[in-house]
Design a protein around this ligand. Structure first.
Ligand SMILES: Nc1nc2c(ncn2[C@@H]2O[C@H](COP(=O)(O)OP(=O)(O)OP(=O)(O)O)[C@@H](O)[C@H]2O)c(=O)[nH]1
Ligand SMILES: [Mg+2]
Length: 376
């Protein structure tokens, strides 16, 4: 019997390799995430353990069989997997596999140490990568960690490095210009724009700040109702602007300190929606643009969406739904990449409690490094 492991970026790819090399009669013994020492530790990979009792086909090791598609090969091997569970030899092979895996882990750990030349730093990098940090940022954050430090003290250094790299905006306060501060809140669908406005308005109202709420979301059913409901509860005026150009006129009718303007959510593929939000920003006498971005997005979606929605405006970020995210690396890497100032962090649905100034948050920086359940 020939038993061999094969790696690939997907299980199917690894199975294809097994079939090419061992032939159609090969059986699948096990599959799972790759621990192969040749597979880069920071990339996701899979491995399969396959075996054959039959003589190797002469063409099998070199070229794939063009007549049989990948689906046939994969399903054939997958069918065989059930049968081999009953095979008495499986247990023995699994034991060998376990030993091999342990050896692989040791070799991978030592090759990581060799690569960075610093064992502690490299384990820190791999730890950050496990928490979904992008490799580039994980390495950059780890590079200034003192050599003697370990464990949690390394993370404290990473936290400091991150804090130095990120920028923060102070929370919204009264304008000194004599005219109201006009804040347009933008963001992708369901990011928490309207809820964020309600939270901010609620907090401001308790400080005696006079707030006007405006919605420009006129075409979606019940969108204006949502803001009107919040306005009713908070006892704040709410007006609907049918056109972005109406906003300055509406603002002049109220003697207020801060105007919070809600916009409809839209995806980055809806250019009409993006243009509408930009039209509000351009026509409303805007002093601030607050971009709500969910912490649950992947790094690339976060970066692409934020860039698209911000356009060439100066924006501050409100990081929403941090309570729904667990691993911090996607967000931290995206924040480093964007370098937009962070103004607020929102971690929950309670109005007005679940929002805080990002720069004053005790817990945000720790969460951005270590993740876990947000306790802010
Ligand atoms: N867990 C959690 N939920 C939130 C947070 N902020 C808002 N939500 C919830 O997310 C949902 C959508 O919130 P909205 O405020 O309506 O989002 P939006 O961006 O105005 O949505 P659209 O106007 O439809 O684009 C609601 O159920 C909110 O209660 C948050 O920080 N954490
Ligand atoms: Mg909304």
């Amino acid at each position: 019997m020939i038993v061999k492991r094969f790696s690939g970026q997907t299980v199917e790819e690894a199975l294809m390799r097994a079939k090419w090399e061992l032939g159609d009669e090969a059986v699948l013994l096990s599959s799972g995430p790759s621990r192969d020492r040749w597979w880069k530790f920071w990339e996701k990979g899979y491995q399969v353990l396959a075996a054959t009792d039959y003589p190797l086909p002469t063409n099998a090791s070199a070229q794939p069989n063009k007549d049989s598609g990948p689906e046939i090969a994969v399903s054939r091997l997958a069918e065989d997997a059930g049968q081999t569970e009953r095979n008495q030899e499986t247990d023995r092979i699994e034991e060998i596999m376990t030993l091999l895996t342990r050896m692989d882990e040791k070799i991978a750990a030592s090759s990581l140490t060799h690569k960075t030349g610093h064992g502690k730093a490299s384990s820190l990098v791999s730890r950050l990568i496990q928490w979904e940090w992008e490799e580039k940022w994980a390495k950059e954050m780890a590079q200034d960690v003192p050599k003697g430090s370990s464990g949690d003290s390394q993370l404290v250094h990473v936290q400091k490095a991150l804090q130095n790299r990120l920028s923060f905006s102070p929370p919204l306060s009264l304008s000194s210009a004599g005219s109201p501060r006009v804040v347009v809140v933008v963001g992708p669908t369901g990011a928490g724009k309207t809820t964020t406005i309600a939270k901010l308005a609620g907090g401001m109202a308790t400080q005696g700040i006079r707030v006007l709420l405006i919605t420009t979301d006129t075409f979606r059913v019940a969108a204006a109702d949502q803001l009107e409901t919040f306005g009713g509860i908070l006892d704040l005026p709410v007006v609907i602007a049918k056109k972005p150009q109406d906003v300055p006129l509406l603002i002049r009718r109220y003697d207020v300190d801060i105007v919070l303007i809600d916009t409809p959510g839209h995806s980055i593929y809806e250019s009409v929606g993006i243009r509408q939000a930009l039209a509000v920003i351009k026509n409303a006498g805007t002093t601030d643009v607050l971009l709500c971005m969910p912490a649950t997005y992947s790094r690339s979606l976060f970066v692409d969406t934020a860039r698209k929605l911000a356009g060439d405006q100066r924006v501050s970020l409100c990081l929403t739904k941090v309570d729904e995210a667990f691993l911090p690396g996607s967000v931290s890497s995206a924040l480093l990449e964007l370098n937009y100032p962070l103004m607020y962090v929102s971690a929950g649905q309670r109005v007005p409690h679940d929002i805080e100034s990002a720069g004053h948050s005790q817990f945000l920086m720790e969460w951005l490094v270590k993740g876990g359940t947000y306790r802010g």
